[in-house]
Design a protein. Structure first.
Length: 655
């Protein structure tokens, strides 16, 4: 049931505030605003106000305002640390009217934090401010106030963990990954690949780490078909060196991993992040990732990269105003990244926000914090992005008592399917100081559905696998969504596509014509996996490809904008091969009269030609030809075969 309380929205005045030099954003007066940030645990709370002195001989006070003036009959104050120092509470209205609603002469120290509820007869005026006066000299230690509320009723307020009721009803079994992954030392920072088949994580103090063993090394384990794990293996150099090493991301194709720290040729490391690309004989030496105006004033940082490779979410101490906060950066065309942007105050608190994980839908974000009421220490929360500003999010929800424990919980990662979560916990019964666990994810906590598209890139002429780059883009906007690489040995690739869009994707390689395909994932569809092989055609005389992602309305020949991305790729090929001459040919199925189909095919070929010439390709290099229904690829026996025959082709006439 909703709790009808109005929480303070602004600070009007205060006697003093504690200046924590290390993290100057903590313990400030503005931390008293909003709902309670913790349970009543009676320990120092960085998200609550504290006066500058403990046991102050003079009285302390704080006065706060409320956005909506109202008549009230209750004031609630959450004293989160060393409670009992409040001596008087005054409610105020317009034109200087005020009323003392609470006053005591003797103060008694309490053994645990309290939610002080002061009830009284309804005020005759609308209250727009509350003043809290404190005699801290009578209550030993620093005295903190976390939140102040008013209400026009006497119903009690309950500090609650923001957890979905459906989650509380479900029993989730937490499963240790066992001795194949967990060791007698600290196992940390798991990252599961989008296909759920490879787990990277960090081990500290392990005897098989690169010396010194006190440092952290990256380890890897493959997931078997039955869901069990192969014995973990040290990833070794160049990913691991004598400094702390950790993976924070894997591309869906498995060809690139992202690493904490930047690697120097002399074997040392410096703060920052980097990536390494898979080669035939192992991992390449890591390359630095450059972020505009990047700085991290804290000793640690955590990062997560999206499946598209275009979004970087980070937990860093950027502005010296608190501990770590969540920020986002975006990849630019030159491979560098934009200046970090805060994800806003709905997610960030004066406590540390750590271990962000952006799910495959690129909207659902999981992270850990102690800045909201938790089951104990830092808990993992989920929030969902509401728009493209990256500042509007749903209120973070706690993952519940089964995925969070009374201890520290963080480092949440899940595959594209979203069915299982992997996380680090310090709960009792583990093999080491910290272990990695897995659990099924309740439906309400899962991200939106995505599709995992996999296949092999091959040479159409020889059928040999090829290493190629694969670009995928939204056909509705032409916006490139991401890039992938096929394996240099097997030619295999994998990409992840969020729901609610029709996508085009094409494989590209030097000296080959790009070949495209498409995939539509409606919002209503659940998780899907789809096999799509891509065939590249060597650039030579007679080479022919179907321009798959070229679209016309029914019985029309004007190009739709979804066609432009693929045609622009052909423009780039023709500009690179400046003497290439081509034929653009239009083809139809056998529905309708042959003469009409012939005319339609000619007009469609001519439309493609006009687009190419409009992009600077000389008209004499292009022949536009319509063949109507004369040259089907397959017999016109059903809707799918007729769709195959309705096509536009690109043929190299000469080079």
């Amino acid at each position: 049931m909703a709790q009808d309380f109005q929480w303070a929205s602004k600070v009007i005045a205060f006697s003093s505030e504690f200046d924590y030099k290390k993290y100057p954003g903590q313990y400030r007066a503005n931390q008293v605003l909003g709902e309670p940030s913790t349970f009543s645990l009676n320990k120092a709370n960085p998200c609550a106000w504290a006066p500058s002195k403990k046991n102050n001989e003079e009285s302390d006070f704080i006065e706060v305002g409320f956005a909506i003036p109202q008549k009230v009959q209750q004031v609630v104050v959450h004293e989160s640390f060393n409670p009992g120092s409040i001596s008087r509470i005054i409610v105020k209205g317009e034109k200087g009217v005020e009323q003392t609603v609470y006053e005591v002469d003797s103060l008694i120290a309490l053994s645990s934090a309290r939610l002080l509820s002061v009830k009284f007869a309804p005020t005759t005026f609308k209250v727009n401010a509350v003043r809290i006066e404190m005699q801290t000299k009578y209550i030993d230690g620093f005295n903190q106030i976390d939140a102040i509320a008013i209400a026009n009723h006497h119903e009690p307020y309950e500090i609650r963990i923001n957890v979905n009721p459906e989650v509380e009803k479900q029993v989730v079994t937490m499963e240790s990954l066992g001795g194949a992954v967990n060791s007698s030392t600290a196992d940390l920072s798991p990252v599961i690949s989008p296909n759920g088949k490879t787990l990277y994580f960090t081990r500290q103090n392990h005897p098989e780490n690169i010396a010194p063993i006190e440092a952290q090394d990256v380890w890897m384990s493959q997931v078997r078909e039955d869901g069990t794990f192969e014995p973990a293996q040290n990833v070794k150099a160049p990913v691991n060196n004598s400094f702390n090493n950790s993976v924070f991301g894997i591309t869906p194709d498995g060809q690139k991993i992202f690493l904490l720290n930047q690697y120097n040729k002399d074997g040392t490391s410096t703060p920052g992040i980097s990536f390494t690309q898979k080669q035939i004989d192992g991992w390449a030496f890591p390359e630095n990732i450059e972020i505009d105006s990047f700085q991290n004033h804290g000793p640690f940082g955590e990062y997560c990269i999206s499946n598209s490779g275009k979004i970087l979410v980070m937990a860093i101490m950027l502005d010296k105003q608190g501990t770590k906060d969540l920020h986002v950066s975006f990849r630019k065309e030159d491979g560098t990244w934009t200046e970090p942007k805060s994800l806003g105050n709905r997610l960030n608190t004066a406590a540390s926000e750590i271990s962000p994980f952006l799910a495959s839908d690129e909207k659902t974000l999981y992270y850990s914090t102690s800045g909201f009421p938790t089951y104990g220490g830092s808990d993992i929360f989920v929030t969902r992005r509401l728009d493209d500003t990256w500042e509007n999010w749903t209120q973070p929800e706690n993952l519940g008592p089964y995925l969070n424990s009374k201890e520290f919980d963080a480092y949440y990662t899940l595959p594209a399917k979203g069915d299982y979560v992997y996380l680090v916990s310090y709960r009792e019964g583990g093999l080491g100081e910290s272990d990695i666990y897995r659990a099924s994810v309740p439906e309400v906590l899962r991200p939106e559905a995505v599709a995992l598209v996999r296949g092999t890139v091959r040479n159409q002429k020889t059928n040999e696998p090829l290493a190629a780059s694969i670009a995928y883009y939204a056909l509705s906007s032409g916006k490139e969504i991401g890039l992938a690489q096929s394996d240099p040995v097997t030619g295999k690739y994998e990409i992840v596509l969020p729901a609610g869009e029709k996508y085009g994707f094409s494989a590209k390689r030097e000296q080959f014509l790009p070949v495209s395909s498409e995939f539509e994932l409606p919002k209503t569809a659940g998780y899907q996996e789809k096999e799509v092989d891509l065939y590249l055609v060597p650039i030579e005389k007679g080479a022919k490809i179907v321009i798959n992602n070229v679209y016309f309305d029914t019985d029309k020949y004007e190009l739709r904008k979804e066609s432009f991305v693929e045609l622009d790729q052909l423009v780039a090929i023709m500009k690179k091969y400046s003497s290439m001459q081509i034929e653009i040919s239009g083809h139809t199925d056998d529905v309708g009269e042959a003469a009409y189909n012939l005319t339609l095919s000619k007009n469609r070929a001519a439309s493609v030609m006009r687009y190419l010439t409009g992009k600077g390709i000389q008209e004499q290099r292009i022949k536009a030809q319509g063949y109507g229904e004369e040259t089907p690829l397959v017999p016109n026996t059903d809707a799918d075969s007729r769709q195959t025959n309705r096509r536009v082709e690109f043929t190299v006439q000469s080079l």
